[in-house]
Each structure stands twice: as structure tokens, then as C-alpha cells.
Design a protein around this ligand. Structure first.
Ligand code: NAD
Ligand code: MG
Length: 396
């Protein structure tokens, strides 16, 4: 029996994780559920999954949850940053699903890594922000980090067992890998007239053709910033160089990514676009469990197609690739600026095309003195947020 903590339990990945747990309840137990403010959803999943602890980051939400939870369930309700860090690190916990959205997920994800837990990593932003420190923490604690992001999970599945056991320090060349082919659908605006992008609404940007996800990652998919963040994520997880990483647009989202080998072989992982597959894979690796996902029907799929990314259409992708080449400082700034610009777009303050403008301005202007600790990273993150907020104000 594995005891799990689900960070971001009320979100899209949280729901898919709880779904997989339900299919395999004899092997997994929900020890704790963690969310920000959504009391109604937290109440619903607490009643269904009966965790030992329910943690709300928002103190008022914790008070409300406590009042609403039936006393006979005996669920302990907690709040507070220190309480969250000790919750993920406590000895009863085996596995932590890291699925808080954005930079807010870094402290708890890193605490789980430092405590040597089995960490199922959905929160790509934490790796984009702190790459080197994250990997070093993983190596010194002996934590197992498994990639939930569907592309990275696919790549992981296509790598040799040797590479799978050396996440963060893979010797790709030694294993005969020539390229990692990171696939992406191109999102809802792949074929829209370029001139119409500036008037696209949040609802249009969030309408992903293949995947159902939270709002932030949906907007990131429309700008392909998501693929850029994933490019940086792949760089760290698989110790890959810029020469080894290629982005391939594959509109059907059936192939979730591929690994190309020196001898001409290409190994791909395929499946229906449903996050329960990579989640189940991470939960059970190296075994396999039921995920509840329908088997892929090749006769319904019919055709698979591939395109090169157009950086004119997707300037955020170009920016992220450039940031990855520049290093930690640039990726931290870009990630922070993007969280501000995406939120401003979702709030109706700026246009869709302004996201790339704000990201680029912040990326060019915000710099750090030194970047050796998590505190340095958090300071740079807030500096970039301030800059981006000012840029939003100027554009409004
Ligand atoms: P979502 O918006 O649906 O859910 C976000 C969750 O994070 C919620 O439970 C919310 O309560 C919690 N949260 C938000 N702010 C918080 C804060 N300050 N402190 C603590 N908790 C907070 O997001 P999602 O789509 O489930 O994505 C979660 C993460 O997984 C993101 O990093 C995303 O990039 C990654 N991811 C998601 C998908 C997907 O299909 N949804 C796929 C790959 C990776
Ligand atoms: Mg992905």
C-alpha cells in the first residue's frame, strides 16, 4: 500500500490522479489532499477519498472546510506554509503527486524531493525555475522523480532502462540517442490567420483541440509557451543539449513524444490524449496498472501528421528555447513573466499577442546578481513578476 499526497488535488491533474487511485484502491491510499482556495471541490473529494489530512493554502478556506466536513470522517484540516512542507516530508508519505500550478508549486515539490519521496512531477514550472538545484537536491536525497507531463513521460518510456535509472544525469550519447523529439499539437491557433491572433479571447485560447486541462496550461498551449517550458523541462530531466532536442508539431496528439537513436530507429509512445495514462505509469513504474483510459483505436485515428514549428506564429516557443540556451537566470525570469502575462490575458487586461511581448521585454530586462540558492531564485522570480506587472500596466 502506497500512501500518497496530492498537491493541487482540486485541479485537472488532481482529478485524474484521484480517478486512477479509485481504479487501484487496493494499492494506493490518499494520505493527504492539498489545494489553494476551492472549498467545495475539496469537500467533495474529502468525502469520497477520506484522506487523513486536508490542507488548504488559504487560511480562510481552511476554516470553511473545517466547518463543512462531517466530524465522523475525522479528517485533520491544516493550513500554513510550514505545515505544508512538513506534511509532504513526513514519514507516513511514500509518494507525492506534484500538481500545483506555477511557481507556487516549487517549495512543496522541492520539500518532497529533499525528503527523498517518490515524486510524480506534473508541476513543470518548478523544474523550469530551479533546474540545477532541483536535480542536485534529487541526487543528494536519493528521491525518485518520475515525469507526469505526457511528453516527458513518453520520452521516459522510450529511453533505455539505464537512462531511466539516471534521471537528471542521463548519458544520452552513451545510450545511442541522437535526438529527443518533443511533440506538440500546436494548440487551438495552429491554423488561425495570423492577423486574428490579437483578438482571440481567453475562452478561445482555453479550447484545446485534444486535451482538457487547467486554464494556465491551456493558454500556454495556445501560445506554445507550454512546449517551450517542456523543452526546458526535458533539458533537465534527460540532461539533454539544445542539439539533442527538437520540437515537432503533431496535431493529433496521439504520439506523445519520441526518441531517435543513432542506428536510425525511432521509438514513440502512443495513446489517447488522457493524462490518466502517464499518471498511472508514474504511480506504478516499473509495473503497469489500470488507468481507466480507452485503448487507442488506430482505425478511428486514421492519419498522423507532422509539421515544423513556425516561430512567427509562436514567438513564446522561440523565447523559451533561447532562455534554455542562456541558462537558469533566463528561464526563471521567463517563467515568472509568463505567469503574470497569462493571468493578465485571462483577466481581460491584455491581448493574446501581448503575452509574448511582455515575456520578451521581461526576459531582456530582468537580471540577477547571483543564483545559487532557492532564495535567490524566489527573489529573481518576484523581481520578474514586478517588471511584468509594470509592463501589463503600460499596455492596458
Ligand atoms: P489546475 O489549474 O486545474 O489546478 C491547479 C491546482 O493547483 C489546484 O488544485 C489549485 O488549488 C492548486 N493551486 C493553485 N495555486 C496554488 C497555490 N498558490 N498554492 C497551492 N496550491 C495552488 O491546473 P492543472 O491543469 O491540473 O495543472 C497543474 C500542473 O500540472 C501545472 O504545473 C501544469 O503545467 C501541469 N500539467 C498539467 C497537465 C494537464 O493536462 N492538466 C498536463 C501536464 C502538466
Ligand atoms: Mg505536456
Amino acid at each position: 500500500m502506497q500512501n500518497m499526497v496530492i498537491l493541487g488535488a482540486t485541479g485537472s491533474i488532481g482529478a485524474s490522479t484521484l480517478n486512477v487511485v479509485k481504479c487501484n484502491h487496493e494499492q494506493y491510499r490518499v494520505f493527504a489532499l492539498v489545494a489553494n482556495t476551492n472549498v467545495a471541490k475539496m469537500l467533495e473529494i474529502c468525502v469520497e477519498h477520506r484522506p487523513v489530512v486536508a490542507h488548504m493554502v488559504d487560511a480562510q478556506a481552511a476554516i470553511e472546510l473545517k466547518q463543512l466536513l462531517p466530524a465522523e470522517l475525522a479528517i485533520e484540516v491544516t493550513t500554513g506554509e510550514d505545515e505544508l512542507l512538513s506534511l509532504v516530508s513526513c514519514s507516513e508519505v511514500d509518494t507525492v503527486m506534484a500538481a500545483i500550478v506555477g511557481a507556487a508549486g516549487l517549495p512543496s515539490t522541492l520539500a518532497a524531493v529533499k525528503a527523498g519521496k517518490r515524486v510524480l512531477l506534473a508541476n513543470k514550472e518548478s523544474l523550469v525555475m530551479s533546474g540545477q538545484l532541483f536535480i542536485e537536491a534529487m541526487q543528494s536525497s536519493g528521491a525518485t522523480v518520475l515525469p507526469v507531463d505526457s511528453e516527458h513521460n513518453a520520452i521516459f518510456q522510450c529511453l533505455s532502462e539505464r537512462n531511466q535509472l539516471e534521471i537528471g544525469r542521463c548519458d544520452l550519447v552513451g545510450a545511442g540517442v541522437s535526438h529527443i523529439l518533443l511533440t506538440g499539437s500546436g494548440g487551438p491557433f495552429l491554423n488561425s490567420e495570423l492577423s486574428t491572433l490579437s483578438s482571440m479571447t481567453p475562452a478561445q485560447a482555453c479550447k484545446h483541440p485534444n486535451w482538457s486541462m487547467g486554464q494556465k496550461i491551456s493558454v500556454d498551449s495556445a501560445s506554445m509557451m507550454n512546449k517551450g517550458l517542456e523543452y526546458i523541462e526535458a533539458r533537465w530531466l534527460f540532461n539533454a543539449s539544445a542539439e539533442q532536442l527538437k520540437v515537432v508539431i503533431h496535431p493529433q496528439s496521439v504520439i506523445h513524444s519520441m526518441v531517435q537513436y543513432r542506428d536510425g530507429s525511432v521509438i514513440a509512445q502512443l495513446g489517447n490524449p488522457d493524462m490518466r495514462t502517464p499518471i498511472a505509469h508514474c504511480m506504478s513504474f516499473p509495473q503497469r496498472i489500470q488507468s481507466g483510459v480507452e485503448p487507442l483505436d488506430f482505425f478511428k485515428v486514421g492519419q498522423l501528421s507532422f509539421l515544423e514549428p513556425d516561430f512567427n506564429r509562436f514567438p513564446c516557443l522561440a523565447l523559451a528555447i533561447e532562455a534554455c540556451k542562456q541558462g537558469q537566470e533566463a528561464t526563471t525570469v521567463l517563467n515568472a513573466a509568463n505567469e503574470i502575462s497569462v493571468q493578465a490575458f485571462l483577466d481581460g487586461q491584455i491581448r493574446f499577442t501581448d503575452i509574448a511581448i511582455i515575456n520578451e521585454q521581461s526576459f531582456k530586462h530582468v537580471t540577477a546578481q547571483s543564483l545559487t540558492t532557492i532564495d535567490d531564485i524566489m527573489a529573481l522570480d518576484s523581481q520578474a513578476r514586478q517588471y511584468a506587472l509594470e509592463a501589463v500596466r503600460k499596455l492596458k
